[in-house]
Structures are given as structure tokens and as C-alpha cells.
Design a binder for this molecule. Structure first.
Ligand code: UDP
Ligand code: MN
Length: 268
């Protein structure tokens, strides 16, 4: 079965996240291919860097949700871009894929995810009857892609982004088939580290994929180049160790290969 990890970047900043993610997948010894969807906003020099790590770099057009009112509600107008995610269903050269947001980091091998079926995903911490669309298992299919686009045009998305749309489309996820509920360790949102500390202490070592949700992305944190230590803007507890892991990958494997004009993209 030909399978691939798939991510998305519409600009160079998210591409840095995608590069770290790709290296994290290689470090845990995945046997699957790596694919990335990009839009015209990604520079040529960044495309060169991406093609050194990803097996496939595929340009797609930005598909906007055209739902400005909803998006404004979320205060995250840039999330309209995540409708571009739907293009991942068009990668039909693969039989099965796992989509990962560019703000995720893989800590342990998770190749077993390819044994799951479409659509498998972990609960969202804000509303656990919805799945979080930062990590999901799916089957590429031109037919599903067309249906998703049609669905998006007819029904829209209740949150203006891909998560609302995908949850409406795969609406039986909450109650139908427990095997499509991925354990939380496959998509641990970063806030869980300090909002439920006892659980973190009990289960933290099991975490396989961490997801830096919200606006505090790893590449936007303050990084001290002298000590090589990240200094998070607020007290993030044990998350600091994981952020440091992100930066260690960035400093050792990515930064040395960036062209000078790109080095200022991350950190301060
Ligand atoms: N994304 C992107 N450019 C953007 C915003 C989002 O490429 O300007 C992609 C990227 O893969 C990102 C995903 O869409 O990880 C979802 O957005 P984000 O992770 O910022 O949302 P959150 O997980 O914080 O809700
Ligand atoms: Mn995300």
C-alpha cells in the first residue's frame, strides 16, 4: 500500500513548520513518503528547501471559504486558506494518507496510523464531539474531492475553516465507529500540557504527535541564539521542552541550509 504523510504551507513561515515536521518524521524512522501542498505564496528558494526533504512538492490554488463573516468571528481570517487543505484528496497517486498540520511535531513513530480508515481523527479539545482537523487519516479520491467542494459551496463551514467543513461532511464521526476515533496522543494540542497537568504527568511520555494550535506557533517564539534556548513568551510549563525540541531540529538541520534572506523568518 502506497502511503504518504501530507502537509500544507501557503507561505514561508508555515514552510519552516513543515520542514521541522518532515525532519521529525524522518527521525522517528517512518517508512512512508512525505508530501506537501504549497500555494504561490511560497518562494522559490523555500521550494528548493522543501524538495530536499519532501518526496512530493505540489502547488495548488488557494481555495478561499468566501465566508468572511464567520472568519471574522474566529478572529483568524487567515484560516480561510485552510480550505486549500481539501486538495489533499487529489493526491491519488497514494492509496492512503495522513494529513498533518504544519504546526505539528512527531515525537514517536506513528506508521500504524496507515492501518486506520477514512476519516480517522482525534477529538478537538474545544468541542470533543468534533474532531480536530490538524491530524487525520484519509483516502485520496477525485470523487471525494468533488463532493467536498460541492458540499463546501452548498453548506459552507460553521467555523469558516476546514475543521467546520470536514466535521459537517464526516458528520457521523462522533457516534458511528470508535475505530475512527484516534487516541488523543496522536494530536495533543499544546494547551493540554498546562491545562490538565496531572494527565500530562501520567500520560505525557506516551505523546506521539504534538499540535501547536492557536497563535503561539513555535517559529514565532523568542529564541536566544547565544544559549540556543527558546524563551516562550508566557509560562508554558512542560511544553517548553517540546518547543526546545522543535528549535533543536530547526537549528541543527534547517537553519544552516536556509539562504540569508530567509534566516529572519523565525524567532526574534
Ligand atoms: N496554513 C498555512 N498558511 C496559513 C495558515 C494555515 O499554510 O496562513 C496551513 C498550515 O498547514 C497550518 C494549517 O493550515 O498548520 C492549519 O492552520 P493552523 O495550524 O494555523 O490552525 P490551528 O491548528 O492553530 O487551528
Ligand atoms: Mn494547526
Amino acid at each position: 500500500m502506497k502511503g504518504a504523510w501530507v502537509t500544507l504551507a501557503t507561505n514561508d513561515s508555515y514552510s519552516l513548520g513543515a520542514l521541522v515536521l518532515a525532519h521529525s518524521l524522518k527521525q522517528v524512522g517512518t517508512t512512508r513518503e512525505l508530501a506537501i501542498l504549497i500555494t504561490p505564496g511560497v518562494t522559490n528558494s523555500m521550494r528548493t528547501r522543501l524538495s530536499q526533504v519532501f518526496n512530493l512538492v505540489q502547488e495548488v490554488n488557494v481555495l478561499d471559504s468566501r465566508d468572511q463573516a464567520n472568519l471574522r468571528l474566529l478572529q483568524r481570517p487567515e484560516l480561510g486558506i485552510t480550505f486549500t487543505k481539501l486538495h489533499c484528496w487529489r493526491l491519488t497517486q497514494y492509496e492512503k494518507c495522513v494529513f498533518l498540520d504544519a504546526d505539528t511535531l512527531v515525537l514517536q513513530n506513528c506508521d500504524e496510523l496507515f492501518d486506520r480508515e477514512e476519516l480517522s481523527a482525534a477529538p478537538d479539545v474545544g468541542w470533543p464531539d468534533c474532531f480536530n482537523s490538524g491530524v487525520f487519516v484519509y483516502r485520496p479520491s477525485g470523487e471525494t474531492y468533488d463532493k467536498l467542494i460541492q458540499f463546501a459551496l452548498d453548506k459552507g463551514s460553521f467555523d469558516g475553516g476546514d475543521q467546520g467543513l470536514l466535521n459537517l461532511y464526516f458528520s457521523d464521526w462522533a457516534h458511528k465507529d470508535i475505530s475512527k476515533h484516534l487516541p488523543f496522543i496522536y494530536n495533543v494540542c499544546s494547551t493540554a500540557f498546562y491545562s490538565y497537568l496531572p494527565a500530562f504527568k501520567q500520560f505525557g511520555k506516551d505523546v506521539k504527535i504534538i499540535h501547536f494550535i492557536g497563535s503561539a506557533k513555535p517559529w514565532l517564539q523568542y529564541f536566544d541564539t547565544e544559549t540556543q534556548k527558546v524563551r516562550p513568551s508566557s509560562d508554558v510549563g512542560h511544553l517548553a521542552v517540546i518547543l526546545q525540541r522543535w528549535w533543536d531540529i530547526f537549528c541543527s538541520l534547517i537553519h544552516p541550509n536556509l539562504s540569508p534572506d530567509m534566516s529572519g523568518l523565525a524567532g526574534a
